[in-house]
Design a protein. Structure first.
Length: 132
């Protein structure tokens, strides 16, 4: 066989093998991207479940607090208890902001009227959410 023909056949075989290798490499990259996306989706799904469970626990705790307080303090309504809980959470938030060393300055109006306004705004938000 002529040396040129032999070299040409080798180049054809090498090119065919390179095409197969490129396809295999692309398929492997595709599989890796799919697996990364599936892992990311699963992670976000589980994070969502965690947030949902956390919120449910908060709601359960608030409900228990309202029921316990209402039954132990005659003459209080659920609204009174929720107002108290909102004020408590407001002060807890202020404490957390002040205690964190990595917090930037946050300027929030403060005073008895402001707390009432915040509670009113939260209540109005719940009412609007229930209407929609």
């Amino acid at each position: 066989m002529n040396e040129r023909v032999k070299r040409a056949m080798n180049e054809i075989n090498a090119a065919a093998r390179m095409r197969v290798a490129a396809n295999e490499k692309a398929e492997a990259e595709k599989i890796l991207q799919i697996k990364r996306a599936e892992g990311d989706a699963e992670s976000k799904y589980l994070a969502g479940l965690g947030i949902a469970r956390q919120r449910q626990a908060i709601v359960d705790g608030l409900r228990d607090s309202v029921l316990a307080f209402s039954s132990n303090v005659p003459g209080t309504s659920s609204k009174d208890v929720m107002d108290m809980v909102l004020v408590t959470q407001y002060f807890d938030t202020m404490k957390e902001i002040g205690a964190s060393s990595k917090t930037n300055s946050v300027f929030i109006p403060h005073g008895p009227g402001v707390v009432r306004d915040v509670a009113s705004q939260i209540r109005d938000g719940f009412i609007q959410a229930n209407v929609n």
